[in-house]
Design a protein around this ligand. Structure first.
Ligand SMILES: Nc1ncnc2c1ncn2[C@@H]1O[C@H](COP(=O)(O)OP(=O)(O)O)[C@@H](O)[C@H]1O
Ligand SMILES: [Mg+2]
Length: 323
C-alpha cells in the first residue's frame, strides 16, 4: 500500500522506506519493531509522522511510576474507540491486548507506537515478557484470528544501551522483533542541507561543532545560522559557548558518548579548532589531526585512523566512512 511521505520530514528516505516495508509486510498479524537513536536525532518526529501516514496510535511514555503510566496508556486506548470511551487496566498484559485488539479490528494495517519505552520498562519490568507473549499468542493463533488487519508494535527509545539490550542474549524479545532500526545523526552533507548553509567550509565547521542531531537546529533557532566561516565564532559564542544556552557544553556527541552509549570508550577526545586560532576541546564528529595537519570528519560514528590519517574506519559499521 503506498503511503505518502510527510511534508516537512527532511531526508530519512532509507528509514522511511524500511518502516513502510515493515508496516506493510505480509507476515504474522502482529509485528514487532525497534527504533532507537540518541536524543534530538528525530526519533519521535519520524514516528509521529509514520503513525499519521499509516494509522494507529502513538503513545509517549513519561518517567513516572507504574500506576499513572498504566492510567495514561488506558487513556490512549480509550481514545481508539468511537466515540472515545473510558477504560481502565490493572496490568500491562490486559492493556496491550486491548490496544492491539481494537487496532486489529480496523480495515487497514495499524501501528501502536510506544515512545520512550525505557521509561515504561523501568517501572514495569514485566513489559518485555508481556510483549513477547503477545507476539507468540498471535503467531500461535490464540489471538488475532478475528482481526481484519495486521498490527505493528514499534518500541522506541533514546537510551541506546537499554534498547539494544532488548534483543540481546536471553532477553524475552530476542527473536521476536522483525525491525531493528537505529537512527543515525545526519552526515556532513545532510547537515549542510538541513541547516541550509551554502558555504561548504562554514557548513563543515558548523557540523564539526554541533554534529548531525537534527533537533539542535530548533535549539539554536533564535540565532541565525552562520553563512561564512568568520561568523562561526560569534555563532558559537551565542550558542554552545554561552553558559545560559541549552546547548552549552552539550554538543550532540558529548551527550551521546557519556550518557547514551555507555559501552563506548568515554576517554577519546578530539580537538576542534577553527580560525582564527580559536581552540576548543570537545568530543566532536570532526577533528583536527595535528600530525597530518588536516581536518578529518566522521559521519556520526566512531572512527579510527588506518594506514593514512585521511582514511578512517568506522568502528560501528566496519566500513570506510570518508576519505
Ligand atoms: N528528519 C527531520 N526533518 C525535519 N526536522 C527534523 C527531523 N528530525 C528531527 N527534526 C527536528 O528535530 C526536533 C527534535 O526531534 P525529536 O524527534 O523530538 O527528537 P528525539 O529523537 O529526541 O525524539 C523535531 O522537533 C524537529 O524539529
Ligand atoms: Mg523523542
Amino acid at each position: 500500500m503506498p503511503y505518502a511521505r510527510p511534508p516537512g520530514l527532511y531526508d530519512r528516505d532509507v528509514e522511511w522506506s524500511d518502516l513502510i516495508g515493515f508496516v506493510s509486510a505480509k507476515r504474522s498479524r502482529l509485528g514487532l519493531g525497534l527504533v532507537y537513536g540518541r536524543r534530538r536525532f528525530g526519533n519521535s518526529f519520524l514516528l509521529r509522522r509514520l503513525v499519521d501516514a499509516v494509522g494507529g496510535v502513538y503513545h509517549l511514555a513519561l518517567e513516572e511510576s507504574r500506576a499513572p503510566a498504566l492510567g495514561r496508556f488506558a487513556a490512549t486506548v480509550g481514545s481508539l474507540y468511537t466515540p472515545a470511551a473510558p477504560v481502565t487496566f490493572d496490568g500491562w498484559d490486559a492493556a496491550l491486548r486491548s490496544a492491539v485488539g481494537v487496532l486489529g479490528k480496523r480495515e487497514t494495517p495499524q501501528l501502536l507506537i510506544l515512545d520512550e519505552y525505557p521509561y515504561l520498562r523501568a517501572q514495569s519490568p514485566e513489559l518485555d515478557s508481556v510483549i513477547q507473549a503477545l507476539v507468540d499468542d498471535v503467531a500461535g493463533g490464540s489471538l488475532g484470528a478475528d482481526w481484519q488487519s495486521r498490527v505493528s508494535i514499534i518500541v522506541c527509545g533514546s537510551a541506546f544501551s537499554v534498547m539494544t539490550d532488548l534483543l540481546s542474549g536471553t532477553a524475552p524479545l530476542r527473536g521476536r522483533a522483525v525491525l531493528d532500526l537505529p537512527l543515525h545523526s545526519f552526515d556532513y552533507r545532510q547537515s549542510r542541507d538541513f541547516w541550509q548553509v551554502a558555504d561548504p567550509e562554514t557548513a563543515f565547521l558548523l557540523h564539526s561543532i554541533v554534529g548531525g542531531a537534527a533537533g539542535y537546529r530548533d535549539l539554536t533557532g533564535g540565532v541565525a545560522a552562520p553563512e561564512r566561516p568568520n561568523e562561526i565564532a560569534d555563532w558559537s559564542a551565542a550558542t554552545i559557548l554561552n553558559p545560559s544556552h541549552a546547548l552549552s557544553g552539550k554538543t550532540s556527541t558529548c551527550y551521546g558518548r557519556t550518557h547514551e552509549y555507555p559501552r563506548r570508550p568515554s576517554t577519546t577526545r578530539f580537538s576542534v579548532r577553527w580560525r582564527p586560532a580559536r581552540r576548543l576541546s570537545v568530543r566532536s564528529p570532526a577533528c583536527w589531526d595535528a600530525r597530518a595537519s588536516t581536518w578529518a570528519i566522521r559521519s556520526g560514528c566512531w572512527c579510527r585512523p588506518v594506514s593514512s590519517p585521511a582514511k578512517r574506519i568506522c568502528l560501528s559499521h566496519r566500513t570506510r566512512c570518508f576519505e
